[in-house]
Design a protein around this ligand. Structure first.
Ligand SMILES: *Cc1c(COP(=O)(O)O)cnc(C)c1O
Length: 468
């Protein structure tokens, strides 16, 4: 170690007074100071370890202010940032599920920076309930749906569908038995497993049937005086084909009715429109479940509903009221931003302006729409980069709690290149990152999930990679 080298190191204050840093407006003084300290510490360790001589140190000191600036800017960057989703998976959990509508974003921004009547009734000047901001909209959405005794549907909002399911099970079945088919004891991802959730909720799992076949008689035979719920769980992320059988919701409701046991469905994907109209046969809507007489349905706000992360519980008013009274409801409650975004998203449904909700718009894009954009992008890629692009048929996935068979026909842009892995990873390193898929040795883009204004950014990223 050459101890004399320590004397060459400037102080943090000297560094901050250097022209590059003193005039920088790109970063904050606090971030610059922190970066200067850490870079100086690194130089000190290098000297202590004898890794650096006088010439090398001199070189490092020359570029130190620039290095400080770069590091300060890098550490100040948000780690959560927007990316371009070119995977064609509309509701991609890793990519943040549903993008919000412009109306939802505007409503968040209107509420976020000021006080609001979240729990305040401006007419009476009294304390109000935050639930009403969603309840009224859901009531309008479920107009015309009523249980046999004419009761209408009530809805409450919690943090996510996992919380909604815990709240329902704990409220309606703590200490009692819940009958579930063995074919529905699923893991949703991120360690949401039905048997574990059930145990934590205090309910006792009573599994019936087999993995592939469960009949209504299996449920009937399992009913005891301690049975509190008949539960149906959507097979969210897998499909069961071949020799299979599952009772319909109607049959479950009929059985529950006869024994005075409520039916609870963990619906998950939260479709509020009929997807059969778009060629997706596998998914039934929340309304379908409610119309079948299911007593409580839980579903996510950020899957097919296309809104903010939330868990919704819709069902018979006495059951919903019981859940609202559970202390877990307070623990799982959502903030004003969620209500703001949810209200704006539901308003699009009430106005039947489905294309205002990005997830629904992407779902409704036709093959012809996508083909036209793909053609234009292919031409631009051809003229701006050295990549050879072709258009090939493919399928987009809906994702978000729908089975993997829930796909939509699309056209993919396929890029031939030396190494698809390398290109795919360079695209992820772009700003904004472009997340694409690899299929048969080619990098493919599905424009279904790319916002049209992002097409140019994809070309820009490819151009930069092409010029490297
Ligand atoms: C997605 C899903 C969940 C979990 O929903 P989150 O909103 O992510 O908590 C639970 N159940 C089913 C059936 C689902 O599809």
């Amino acid at each position: 170690m050459n101890v004399n080298l320590f004397r060459e190191l400037p102080s943090v204050d000297e560094l901050l007074r250097s022209a590059v840093l003193a005039n920088s407006t790109a970063s904050s003084p606090v971030a610059l100071r922190e970066a200067a300290r850490s870079l100086l510490a690194e130089l000190r360790s290098a000297i202590t370890a004898g890794e650096i001589d006088a010439t090398a140190l001199d070189r490092r000191l020359q570029t130190l202010p620039d290095a400080i600036l770069t590091r300060a800017e890098r550490t100040r960057r948000y780690s959560l940032k927007s990316v371009i989703n070119a995977t064609g998976v509309i509701l991609h959990t890793n990519l943040g599920r549903a993008p919000l509508s412009p109306a939802a974003i505007a409503q968040i921004s209107a509420i976020a920076g000021s006080y609001s009547n979240l729990e305040y009734d401006t007419d009476s000047g009294q304390r109000g309930k935050r639930d009403i901001h969603a309840q009224r909209l859901f009531s309008r959405l479920f107009t015309g749906i009523a249980y046999d005794d004419q009761m209408s549907v009530s809805t409450i909002v919690v943090n996510n569908c996992a919380a909604a399911t815990v709240l329902a099970l704990n409220t309606l079945a703590d200490g009692g038995e819940v009958i579930v088919s063995r074919g529905e004891l699923v893991e949703i991802g991120g360690s949401f497993r039905i048997p574990d959730i059930m145990a934590k909720s205090g309910a006792i799992l009573r599994e019936v049937g087999t993995t592939n076949r469960t009949r209504i008689g299996d449920y009937q035979q399992a009913i005891t005086p301690n049975t509190r719920l008949l539960m149906r769980v959507s097979r969210s992320n897998f499909s069961l084909t071949g020799f299979t059988e599952q009772p319909s919701l109607d049959e479950l409701v009929e059985l529950g009715h006869r024994h005075n046991i409520p039916v609870f469905e963990d619906h998950g994907n939260g479709a509020l429109v009929n997807l059969q109209a778009f060629g997706v046969a596998e998914v039934h809507s929340v309304q379908d479940s409610l119309r079948a007489g299911v007593n409580v349905v839980s579903y996510s706000g950020d899957k097919l509903l296309g809104g903010p992360q939330a868990g919704l519980l819709s069902g018979r008013p006495p059951l919903i009221t019981a859940m609202r009274a559970n202390p877990f409801f307070r623990a799982f409650r959502v903030d004003k931003l969620t209500y703001a975004a949810l209200a704006a998203t539901l308003t699009a449904y009430l106005d039947e302006e489905y294309d205002d909700v990005p997830a629904l718009r992407m779902l409704r894009l036709t093959e012809a729409d996508i083909f036209r954009r793909a053609e234009a992008l292919k031409r631009e890629i051809g003229s701006a980069t050295h990549f050879a692009a072709t258009i090939i048929p493919g399928s987009s996935m809906i994702g978000g709690g729908t089975p993997p068979t829930a796909t939509l026909p699309t056209h993919l842009i396929a890029l031939r290149c030396e190494s698809a892995q390398k290109l795919e990873s360079r695209l992820r390193a772009a700003d904004p990152p472009v997340v694409a898929r690899i299929a048969e040795g080619e990098v493919v883009f599905d424009l279904r999930t790319v916002f049209p204004e992002q097409d140019a950014q994809i070309v820009g990223a490819l151009k930069a990679i092409s010029n490297e």
